[in-house]
Design a protein around this ligand. Structure first.
Ligand code: HEC
Length: 119
């Protein structure tokens, strides 16, 4: 059984990094500038969801460093950023940001709070 598990783990790792390699073409430095302009007021300087505007919101901004966010795939986060989160103040940024900027800001988030692929 053990070798099978190792093969499965290697396959899982290879596929996960392949998927993220495809999506992760963003530039984290450029993404930081986008983040500071568009996201910081809610998600805060440390991405913990406590930016200056977060106090006024009934649904608090997500803590992007939390395990639950880190366990999500790049794709899931990209959908949240581009389409928004339903019934929350998180509106979609598609149209407001270019596709490249969406990837940049995603890669900035991932550089600060790396994906957790263990859960
Ligand atoms: C007006 C405040 C506000 C702004 C501005 C904002 N967000 Fe959000 N964000 C939220 C709220 C509220 C949620 C949803 C929290 C929940 O579902 O409980 C959220 C959720 C998210 C999620 C989903 C997290 C998860 O675990 O599913 C991501 C990713 C995210 N925001 C990224 C961004 C990025 C990147 C920007 C800037 C381009 C941004 N947000 C701008 C308030 C904001």
């Amino acid at each position: 059984m053990k070798p099978m598990l190792t093969v499965a783990a290697i396959l899982l790792f290879a596929t996960t990094s392949l998927v993220s390699a495809q999506v992760m073409r963003g530039n984290p430095q450029a993404g930081q500038a986008v983040y500071e302009q568009q996201c910081l007021r809610c998600h805060g300087t440390k991405l913990e969801g406590n930016g200056p505007d977060s106090q006024d919101l009934v649904i608090r901004p997500a803590n992007l460093r939390s395990l639950s966010t880190r366990a999500k795939t790049d794709w899931e986060l990209l959908i949240a950023i581009s389409n928004g989160v339903l019934f929350s103040p998180m509106h979609g940024f598609r149209g407001k940001l270019t596709d490249q900027q969406l990837l940049d800001v995603l890669s900035y988030i991932r550089s600060v709070a790396p994906p957790d692929i263990t859960s």
